[in-house]
Write a protein that binds this ligand. Structure first.
Ligand SMILES: Nc1ncnc2c1ncn2[C@@H]1O[C@H](COP(=O)(O)OP(=O)(O)O)[C@@H](O)[C@H]1O
Ligand SMILES: Nc1ccn([C@@H]2O[C@H](COP(=O)(O)OP(=O)(O)O)[C@@H](O)[C@H]2O)c(=O)n1
Length: 664
């Protein structure tokens, strides 16, 4: 089995662009297929659960064109699926099997729906009962009440209200609501129990309205659809970022100090899970709401634990899992109430959560629909961004994930206790967020930033420190050198900001085993010529070029950590770096190093000319307005004038040992 070892995490800050919402993507795809007209949907989530929906619709003969990875053009079939008989595989996607069962039951075809073994343990009986009341012929081919299912053509009769339970999954109601307009008849649904997860039903109603179908709602008990309503394409739609996925990063903003910003959801989101931010506020987070972002940070920088909580979380069952892991950091017993739906999700999440939290040392009590978590006294830690020791929180615990993406994602936050955590089968996040761990690393993986002037030894020291720690190594100067080389080769003037920036943005660069490639061309030596060096410092003054290279540099921040060298690693690219070192040496010592380097390579070298070039480049780097070379206030200086390489490495390692003791 694959495992991922997460390093101890201490701080989190930065910005995450969220993947598209699963709930919205799958609803929009289905409604577009059921509508008249063509719909273009942008920012569709690319993950297992949306792939299940796309494959099913494709198999049903719906006309679909991928414009790019995240954009689909769907030619609606008005509910008449061109393929009237099919076997459809539903994976473990609840947001696919429930609505498709209802839509297909009303569509007049013959279909078989099955999924992975866990899908065959997830109830669907209430929905089938609802459909049978209107004459649908849906049969169980395995155990009664559960998939797999077989659907036969019938005539639908909507004379009586449909009576439906709402206390197992709100998806049954959403599924019926989305399917009923296909009958063209008036319909009434009466909910016979408490309706759980109401915000998800609101998403359904909101999206149906965008496709032209209005539902009248009397409280959460009665839903009325007037006769003759049909879905009509609204044209172009955009999927919001996934609010459930946002919860991990917002929680990281609290546990790791923050601020952490998630982009793609905001104050006008139609997803109920944005309300997670209010829950987090009650734990001590400071939240900022924007039009298209939410930001979280720890309220205070004084050492303190997060506040214990006792919350009814019925409205945010998915994001609530994130709170269960936050409870490890609380100052007392935390209770999560009204979360019975956890029992029938990807796994029995109440049992799974309790089992894994106990492995970390927490005392956990469970009930039918609740969970209480008391961090063991040793677990009651001050928040780690404030320098607290990691106490006796159990380290290197292997967390089982039960093929449940949310188990993997929320337990990654336990690493903020300052201990390493092992995530078993981390690939299960592909269900909704294939890039999750890369995104988490970009805001939280430890960074050692080494800045300084040319030939101070940054590259040599940084790569050796990275090798000792097993960290990744970013030579940011190489990106500026590559940009200059690409411009020189393309005949683009080095001061032509828009064109050089365009080259930087699309740089086909690869770093492999210490070699640097532009496309297939090994340019390791070509970027080190004096022409490329001077060119690099010329393109580096251009703000557009620096902006174009920013995201590319930040993407190097990966687990278990990164050593980055350059001019602005600590000031601009990784301002939250845990270790910041300013490496320097006298101009004469540096010129002499370059001289030796060139002679060793067999190149011609002239000491006075080298010293002059080096000083000119230092001057340009220090005087430019964009990210000038200078020592950050929070950087420690290491002057290597009188040090050899080993001494310089030791000097930096001593700083790392002090600031990042668990890395060494
Ligand atoms: N402390 C040092 N003492 C002597 N030579 C050094 C030292 N640090 C680096 N060098 C040598 O100086 C040259 C330039 O070092 P490099 O790491 O490329 O500097 P930078 O990345 O800061 O430009 C290399 O040949 C390297 O081996
Ligand atoms: N983070 C960085 C790294 C390099 N650079 C620019 O890119 C040039 C080459 O960087 P480098 O680190 O490879 O240069 P050396 O220090 O090896 O001489 C520098 O002179 C800077 O002008 C930058 O502006 N910002």
């Amino acid at each position: 089995m694959d495992t991922l070892v997460l390093p101890p995490l201490h701080t989190a800050s930065g910005c995450v662009r969220l993947p598209g919402s699963k709930s919205i993507s799958n609803r929009m795809l289905l409604l577009a297929a059921l509508a008249e007209g063509t719909t273009e949907i942008h920012d569709v989530l690319v993950a297992d659960d949306t792939q299940v929906m796309l494959s099913a619709l494709q198999k049903l003969g719906v006309g679909m064109t991928a414009i790019d990875d995240h954009t689909w053009r769907i030619k609606g079939c008005g509910g008449d699926f061109p393929v009237a008989e099919a076997d459809l595989f539903m994976g473990n996607a609840g947001t696919v099997i429930r609505p498709l069962t209802a839509a297909l039951a009303l569509s007049g075809g013959h279909y078989r729906l099955s999924g992975v073994p866990r899908m065959h343990e997830r109830p669907i009986g209430d929905l089938v009962d609802g459909l049978r009341q209107i004459g649908a012929d849906v049969r169980y081919t395995g155990e009664a009440g559960f998939p797999p299912l077989e659907i036969f053509p019938v005539t639908i009769q909507l004379a009586q209200p449909i009576r439906l339970r709402g206390d197992v999954s709100s998806q049954f109601l959403s599924a019926l609501l989305m399917a009923l307009p296909l009958s063209g008849q008036a319909a009434v649904i009466e909910i016979t129990t408490e309706l759980i997860s109401q915000p998800y039903v609101e998403i359904t109603l909101n999206l149906m309205a965008r496709f032209g179908v209005k539902v009248q709602r009397e409280g959460w008990q009665r839903f009325i659809l007037l006769a003759g309503q049909r879905y009509r394409s609204p044209g172009v739609l955009h999927v919001e970022g996934d609010a459930s996925s946002a919860s991990y990063f917002l929680a990281a903003g609290l546990l790791g100090g923050g601020p952490v910003r998630v982009e793609g959801v905001g104050k006008n989101s139609i997803q109920g899970d944005v309300q997670f931010a209010y829950a987090l506020e009650s734990l001590g987070a400071h939240i900022v709401w924007g039009e298209n972002f939410i930001e979280a940070k720890a309220e205070s920088s004084a050492a303190e634990k997060i506040k214990a909580f006792d919350l009814d979380l019925n409205h945010i069952p998915d994001a609530a899992m994130t709170l269960a892991v936050c409870a490890l950091f609380a100052d007392g017993r935390c209770v999560l109430r009204n979360i019975g739906s956890w029992r029938v999700k990807e796994t029995d999440r109440i049992t799974a959560m309790a089992t894994e939290l106990r492995k970390l040392g927490a005392v956990v009590e469970t009930g039918g629909d609740w969970l209480a978590i008391s961090p063991a006294p040793a677990l009651c830690l001050p928040c780690t961004p404030f320098g607290a020791p990691s106490g006796t929180f159990r380290r290197n615990v292997a967390i089982d994930t039960y093929d449940d993406h949310r188990m993997a994602m929320c337990f990654s936050l336990a690493a903020f206790a300052g201990v390493s955590i092992i995530i078993n089968d981390p690939g299960c996040v592909r269900k909704t967020f294939p890039g999750y761990f890369a995104a988490l690393a970009e805001i939280s993986a430890p960074v050692i930033a080494l800045d300084g002037p040319s030939a101070s030894g940054k590259g040599t020291v940084a790569s050796m420190v990275a090798a000792q720690l097993g960290y990744h190594y970013l030579d940011s100067g190489a990106l500026y050198r590559l940009t200059a080389l690409a411009a020189l080769r393309a005949g683009v003037a080095l001061d032509d900001a828009p064109r050089v920036a365009a080259l930087a943005a699309a740089l086909p660069a690869r770093f492999e085993n210490g070699r640097v490639f532009l496309n297939e061309d090994d340019v390791t030596d070509a970027i080190r010529t004096e022409e490329a060096s001077a060119g690099a410092s010329r393109v580096a003054v251009l703000a557009d070029v620096r902006a174009a290279l920013l995201a590319r540099q930040r993407a190097w921040r990966r687990f278990p950590g990164l050593v980055a060298d350059g001019r602005d690693m600590g000031s601009v690219v990784f301002p939250s770096a845990t270790v910041k070192v300013f490496l320097t040496a006298s101009a004469e010592a540096r010129a002499e190093r370059r001289y030796k380097q060139l002679i060793e390579k067999g190149s011609a070298a002239n000491m006075p000319a080298l010293l002059h070039d080096l000083q000119a480049r230092d001057e340009r780097d220090a005087q430019r307005s964009e990210a000038p070379l200078r020592q950050c206030e929070d950087a420690l200086q290491v002057d290597t004038t009188l040090m050899d390489i080993a001494e310089a490495v030791n000097a930096v390692m001593a700083i790392v040992e002090e600031k990042l003791p668990d890395a060494v």
